[in-house]
Design a protein around this ligand. Structure first.
Ligand code: OVV
Length: 396
């Protein structure tokens, strides 16, 4: 018998504190049933990881949200990357791997570093600010659209758009409905930004469109791939940076260690992604009858993978609720893993490293000054507001 649990993983109470429910699901068994939505779920590290690795049994092509594309028409043109299986997936993934290659990302380091330093300098002049809007959102909204090759206007429109898409992987609840209403005014703009004419001749956007010149990709395909960048490239990093700053504010000894050794910046960002898992969940759909533990799921079953619960599974991690930059967190699933593992992870890690490195060199303290406000999203874990005061380190 697969244990049935009365848990709603898409409601405000859950988002406010998902950890007891994560533990209940992990403890109940390798796979559980959530009758409220008629879905199955895995929350243990080993099972989440196995599912991410087995794309043959666990398909993405029927959607990685709660909606089964075999039964419901997708609400948007499916992503050619996220919502596909091999062999279709490999063709687009290969292009995106090339566009976002370590060499391509390395070329951005200097300008990204300068942007991080100047942002932290400006924030230190202000002293008190909102670490979500003024730091975690401000940084990716500058450097990422620059790298894609977007014009400077209206970049904040990417936030309601991403918020809507990440909400759309969950049920049609009030979070989704509100996000759709918020994004409605920016939909046409986002669509227009994926076009070749809207993008500069250098960035990632142009690199994707260049693949149409050889006839390997159609213009329509290139536009949907640029859309993937615009959808998944901002909110995710915003929430990763937010998680990192929130960790440093809550764990002052970690900030001390980081200040003593700024080369820990990369480890600090990785640990924050591990601990907070900005992307909390994705679904798969079984392609055949599968066995998990002693249980069988029939073909066509939606299974929810709790990446965030896997990253805090005590079966896998020591002191899984602590922020510890010395931890060996390799193998965490905060960026997913397998063929759908985050294609932008190299870029995200660069952004995280450079912001945290600037903080390490320039900041003496980060103090939380007001009630942090959570941002409710069916997929993302993050904050709407985090009022802080940051003081400058003495010049050396
Ligand atoms: C990972 C992710 C999230 C949202 C959208 C997409 C990808 C996409 O490819 O459109």
């Amino acid at each position: 018998m697969i244990p049935a649990l009365d848990i709603d993983p898409f409601c405000q109470d859950f988002f406010d504190d998902p950890y007891p429910a994560h533990a209940a699901m992990r403890d109940a068994g390798p796979v559980v049933y959530l009758p409220r939505y008629g879905i199955h779920a895995v929350a243990r590290y080993d099972d989440v990881r196995a599912m991410l690795m087995d794309w043959g049994s666990y398909s993405s092509a029927r959607g990685v949200g709660i909606s089964d594309f075999a039964k419901e028409k997708p609400w948007r043109l499916p992503s050619l990357l996220l919502e596909t299986d091999p062999p279709l997936h490999d063709r687009t993934r290969k292009l995106m791997d090339k566009v976002l290659s370590p060499a391509a990302v390395r070329a951005l380091r200097q300008s990204f570093a300068a942007a991080a330093d100047s942002l932290i300098d400006d924030l230190l002049v202000r002293g008190s600010f909102d670490a979500v809007r003024d730091l975690a959102e401000a940084y990716p909204l500058t450097v990422f659209p620059d790298a894609v090759g977007m014009p400077p206007e209206n970049r904040r429109f990417l936030l309601p758009y991403g918020n809507m898409v990440f909400n759309s992987f969950g049920p049609r609840n009030s979070f989704f409905e509100t996000a759709v209403a918020d994004a409605e005014p920016v939909l046409a703009w986002v669509q227009a930004q994926s076009k070749r004419e809207a993008l500069t001749a250098s960035g990632f956007g142009a690199a994707i469109h260049a693949a149409t010149d050889t006839g390997e990709f159609t213009t329509a395909e290139a536009e949907v791939l640029v859309r993937s960048l615009l959808t998944a490239g901002v909110d995710t990093t915003v929430n990763g940076l937010c998680a990192a700053v929130y960790c440093l504010a809550r764990f002052p000894t970690a900030l001390e260690q980081l200040r003593a050794d700024p080369s820990l910046a990369r480890a600090a960002f990785e640990e924050a992604v591990w601990l907070e898992s900005p992307v909390q969940t994705f679904f798969r759909t079984t392609t055949r009858d599968v066995t998990i533990g002693d249980e069988t799921l029939s073909e066509g079953t939606k299974v929810l993978m709790f990446l965030g619960a896997a990253n805090r599974d005590p079966r896998r991690w020591d002191h899984p609720d602590d922020f510890d930059m010395a931890r060996r967190n390799a193998g965490h699933v905060g960026f997913g893993t397998g063929i759908h593992g985050c294609v932008g992870a190299v870029l995200a890690r660069l952004e995280g490293e450079l912001v945290l490195n600037a903080i390490a060199r320039k900041v003496a303290s980060i103090e939380i000054m007001g009630e942090p406000k959570r941002r409710y999203n069916n997929t993302l874990r993050g904050m709407a507001s985090l009022p802080v005061r940051m003081t400058a380190a003495a010049e050396t």
